[in-house]
Design a protein around this ligand. Sequence first.
Ligand code: AMP
Length: 213
Amino acid sequence: MKLVLLGPPGAGKGTQASLIEKEYDIPHISTGDMLREAVKQGTELGRRAESYMTKGELVPDQVVIGIVSECLRQPEYEKGFMLDGFPRTVAQAEALDKALSENGDCLDAVMSFEVPDEELVRRLSARRVCGSCGVTYGATDSKTCGKCEGELITRADDQTEAIERRLEVYRAQTAPLIDYYDRAGVLVRIPATGSVEQIFGLVKEKLKGLEDG
Ligand code: AMP
């Protein structure tokens, strides 16, 4: 199955992607995780991406399209994949369509996670990540990671100003993809305001609908 998870920052795409990966064995590709890893490793890509990411801006299309195209050429993604955080612009969506159609492929579904803005700001402000292993936590009083005991930190782009900017960027550049994929007939809307388990229940229903055709 070839899936895209679409939605504003804080919609829970990463959390649902991990659950989908476990239950359905569909490999998860997160451009945000790849870019954060590149920043952490101090690679050339990381150096180019860091200032955009800290400000809540998008990394330029040609950079991100390059990483994803390279990634999708790996044999492990031939049977299926789930893209999380890509595409984020119409140019990226067109590049993805082109890369897939060159192999006679297309997307099976684009899941659009829908959450009101106030809830997104609340979730992003409360979010903490482990500085060592990168696991994400919602609101937590703990200062250390339950998995590896690393220190829990606030992501640079979860600071208040960057949150506002990321939501603006989402509305201006990414939200048009909802229409783009609706017109392509692959959009699946997920109201994503309940608990993680409730939202995953909806995701499973929709995936079953797709499998049953
Ligand atoms: P995320 O973890 O998906 O929220 O991504 C974190 C940051 O990485 C974003 O705010 C962007 O700066 C950058 N980023 C991730 N994916 C993309 C993309 N598809 N296009 C441009 N920038 C991206």
